[in-house]
Design a protein around this ligand. Structure first.
Ligand code: ADP
Length: 564
């Protein structure tokens, strides 16, 4: 008996406490008001339950047993209303709710009549247990079973509909579980009301857990705050128990011991709640940050796409006038428009050289934007690399080498080997151009040697550019194939125009040909060797484009955000 009395009072106190807490938080919100109301009905029920069990007078016990059932009348409709408001169905189901309230109010005037509670009688360990009148049976079927079943039905329906909203589904799960435990707990009181003694109302114990409060906390204060509410509830229950123990102290010793325990627990609860609050705050901040990061990521992606698009358009627009400049200046140099004086010729060569560089730069930009958007197209065809390289070297010899005083440029092609390969000739030409152009750019004097040879057995072709230029350290070797990477500060003194894109684009092109590209140098000032290795046979472009890499990166970010 004592057990039931204590449980009832604890439930009454905690319900009142939560009703006040929730209403203080936001009394304008409908679901808060409904929660407050049903918590108060619950408190009325549990409070009267405790008092009724304390009675040893028939009249008083009958009065309080009727009072507790008055509280019980309101619980089903208020919970149904509350759940529908959380599921955002309360407007749609207004008529149904009105009917529900009307039915509920029909019971109220009869709650103190024998139609509702017939009598009280001793049963099980209880001296005065209420006996159900016929209206009470109707209440059980219509309100308790009917309203709660409807609430469960709506929860299942909304749960199924929210398959793409994991948070909502989780909330409904808690709501469902909480209500289920509460309904079963409450129902264990009924058998005794029909004189069936085999089931004792131990389900009352479930009520003290008040899982619905947790559910509410989850729904209203989001998932993290459940910890705070749970800690507060746990502490509150323990404090109430300790307080009751303190009041029941029988001797001075007990009194002192109980007060020390209670004081220590109060201090402990304070620290506990404080630390949980802090943790929740940190998590909320992290969640906020993750959200901002996600938004920034989306914005950046959009910006990146816009940038790539802009570069494509701008580069295409730039290409046509430059082609015209290049074409006309080379025709002038060749004498197509008459004889050109020697001094003008020298300047024309410079024009041609600069236009060439500009063209390379624009190509690099265009390629970069295509690579980044995963839109680089390859046109593989049988190409004689020997012929291609001879042409490129001739062009460089006529234009570039003459500019450099002390550079000797040589080309060595292994005689007997076969250099026919399946490549995108424009793109491979761009790679070779880039490597030779770099070798000239970064060499003040000495040589630029170009070698082409093949390994017929393994079907691989090797292209090499060796120079006696500025060379590079090991650390530089590892970095130069990254985009917008130029080695060291002093590179700007040697050559001011570069952007650090050529080698990145070359690497992407060679990757798409299933080939390899690498750089070697004995150190700064000791020249460099750039090598390209290409397979001769049919090439299937690799299946990871930078676009896919980007998406992979995005996935990783999403996973990270989900984790925190
Ligand atoms: P850019 O030449 O426009 O700077 P690249 O991507 O072609 O861009 O080259 C990247 C960097 O690699 C260069 O800035 C330079 O530091 C280094 N590099 C490339 N080729 C050579 C070379 N032949 N000798 C020394 N350093 C080189």
């Amino acid at each position: 008996m004592k057990f039931f009395i204590i449980i009832a009072f604890i439930a009454a106190i905690s319900n009142t406490f939560f009703a006040v807490l929730v209403l203080l938080k936001d009394k304008k919100s409908l679901s808060n008001r409904l929660f407050g109301l049903f918590s108060l009905s619950f408190a009325l029920w549990t409070f009267s339950y405790g008092i009724w069990l304390l009675q040893n007078n028939f009249e008083q016990a009958l009065f309080w047993s009727r009072m507790l059932n008055l509280g019980a009348i309101f619980i089903p409709i208020l919970i149904l209303h509350w759940i529908l408001s959380i599921l955002e169905l309360h407007q749609k189901k207004r008529k149904l709710l009105i009917i529900g309230y009307l039915i509920t109010f029909i019971f109220v005037p009869f709650s103190f009549s024998p139609y509702f509670i017939k009598n009280i009688q001793p049963i099980f360990i209880f001296p005065y247990w209420p006996q159900a009148g016929f209206l009470y049976t109707i209440y059980i079927f219509v309100c308790y079973i009917g309203f709660f079943s409807y609430a469960f039905y709506q929860m299942i329906k909304v749960y199924k509909k929210s398959s793409n909203d994991a948070v909502k589904q989780k909330q409904i799960q808690y709501l469902f579980g909480g209500l289920f435990i509460g309904v079963i707990g409450g129902a264990t009181n009924f058998p005794l009301m029909y004189g069936i003694p085999f089931m004792s109302p131990y389900g009352m114990f479930l009520i003290i857990l008040h899982p619905i409060i947790f559910t509410y906390a989850i729904l209203k204060y989001n998932l993290f705050n459940i910890k705070v509410i749970a800690t507060e509830l746990f502490s509150a229950i323990l404090i109430v128990i300790l307080f009751i123990k303190f009041l029941l102290s029988e001797s001075l010793d007990q009194f002192i011991l109980n007060s020390v325990i209670m004081a220590a627990f109060l201090g402990f609860s304070y620290l506990l709640i404080k630390s949980v609050l802090k943790e929740v705050k940190t998590r909320e901040e992290m969640e906020e940050l993750a959200k901002e990061l996600e938004e920034a990521n989306v914005r950046l992606k959009k910006l990146d796409e816009a940038k790539s698009e802009f570069i494509t358009i701008a580069s295409h627009q730039l290409r046509s006038p430059i082609t015209a400049i290049k074409g006309y200046s080379s025709m002038m140099l060749e004498g197509s428009f008459g004889r050109v004086p020697v001094r003008a010729k020298k300047m024309l060569k410079r024009v041609l050289q600069s236009t060439n560089r500009l063209m390379f730069l624009i190509d690099d930009f265009l390629n970069l934007s295509q690579i980044e958007r995963g839109k680089m197209q390859y046109n593989f065809e049988k190409t004689d690399l020997k012929e291609m390289i001879s042409g490129i070297v001739d062009e460089f010899k006529t234009i570039a080498v003459k500019e450099k005083k002390d550079i000797e440029m040589s080309l060595k092609i292994a005689e007997t080997e076969n250099f026919i390969a399946m490549v995108d000739s424009n793109k491979i030409q761009q790679v070779f151009n880039n490597l030779i152009d770099n070798a000239i750019k970064y060499t003040e004097k000495g040589f630029v040697k170009i070698n082409l040879y093949a390994d017929n057995e393994n079907g691989r072709i090797f292209f090499e550019v060796l120079d006696s230029g500025i060379g590079m350290g090991e650390e530089t070797e590892a970095r130069i194939f990254q985009k917008f990477t130029r080695a060291g500060e002093d590179i700007f003194q040697v050559h001011t125009e570069g952007l650090g894109l050529g080698l990145y684009v070359s690497k992407e092109i060679i990757k798409a040909h299933n080939g390899k590209i690498y750089a070697k140098s004995d150190g700064p000032g000791k020249g460099s060797t750039f090598s390209v290795e290409l397979p001769r046979g049919d090439i299937k472009p690799p299946n990871t484009s930078p676009e896919q890499d980007y998406q992979k990166h995005d996935k990783r970010l999403e996973e990270f955000i989900k984790k925190i």
